[in-house]
Design a protein around this ligand. Structure first.
Ligand SMILES: Cc1cc2nc3c(=O)[nH]c(=O)nc-3n(C[C@H](O)[C@H](O)[C@H](O)COP(=O)(O)OP(=O)(O)OC[C@H]3O[C@@H](n4cnc5c(N)ncnc54)[C@H](O)[C@@H]3O)c2cc1C
Length: 201
């Protein structure tokens, strides 16, 4: 069974944002340099339905699928990040030894899992009893995973709309980056952000 440090379930806006921040840490922090991240995504991000006209810094009229493709490419550009198309059906185990199983019966091991599975249907054995109506649903039928500030247990995180963020690109992406910095901070032992600084000419 292949082992990863972190498995992110869902490769939409928040999952990819989380992976990009984690990936960017590898070249900056010794503790992050050997961490391997797997993103498993079922390919049904809400962003696929969007045309973007109101996200700070993103050109008006940008097509959602185009933006998602760009984010996936950004995530894959980090050597320690792997993206996989698949649907996770169960998560079992405890911190340091989670087993993640997909619909096609592939299994992976992880120290940490991050649920980034959006606000549509959340159906993963192991967390189903934590699924509740979404606290910021724009329409009925949306769901989220009950959590405490993005955590649902030791080594188990939830991010983006699945954690209760509003259905907006910026909030989902921001939550993903926050989850990544929360995880990185557990590695460093102090709150840590990953910044690049403008070089002087
Ligand atoms: C029609 C529409 C228009 C929108 N327009 C705008 C807009 O103009 N401006 C704006 O800011 N926002 C807009 N949004 C909102 C934006 O798309 C969302 O806020 C954002 O996509 C949420 O990110 P997320 O990561 O939480 O969820 P998503 O991006 O939905 O990603 C969740 C991912 O998890 C995957 N997944 C779910 N379960 C599993 C599983 N068991 N195993 C593996 N993968 C799984 C899904 O397939 C999906 O890819 C729009 C949304 C919609 C629906």
């Amino acid at each position: 069974m292949e082992k990863y440090d972190i498995i992110i379930i869902g490769g939409g806006v928040s999952g990819l944002s989380c992976a990009i921040t984690l990936g960017s840490a590898a070249s900056k922090l010794d503790v992050a340099s050997d961490k391997r991240i797997l993103v498993i995504d079922a390919g049904a991000s809400h962003l696929n339905k969007a045309e973007i006209n109101n996200v700070a810094g993103i050109a008006e009229g940008t097509k959602g699928p185009e933006l998602l493709g760009f984010m996936a490419k950004q995530a894959k550009s980090y050597e320690n990040v792997t993206l996989l198309l698949g649907t996770v059906v169960s998560v079992a185990g405890t911190k340091g030894d989670f087993t993640v199983t997909t619909e096609s019966d592939d299994t992976f091991q992880a120290d940490i899992v991050v649920f980034a599975n959006g606000m549509q249907t959340i159906d993963v054995k192991g967390i189903n009893d934590l699924v509740v109506d979404h606290m910021r649903a724009p329409r009925p039928g949306m769901v989220m995973i009950k959590n405490d500030n993005g955590k649902i247990g030791d080594g188990k995180y939830v991010t983006g709309c699945a954690a209760g963020a509003s259905s907006m690109f910026a909030t989902a992406a921001g939550y993903g980056a926050q989850t990544a910095t929360d995880i990185i901070s557990t590695w460093t032992g102090k709150y840590t952000v990953i910044h690049d600084v403008l070089k002087k000419d």
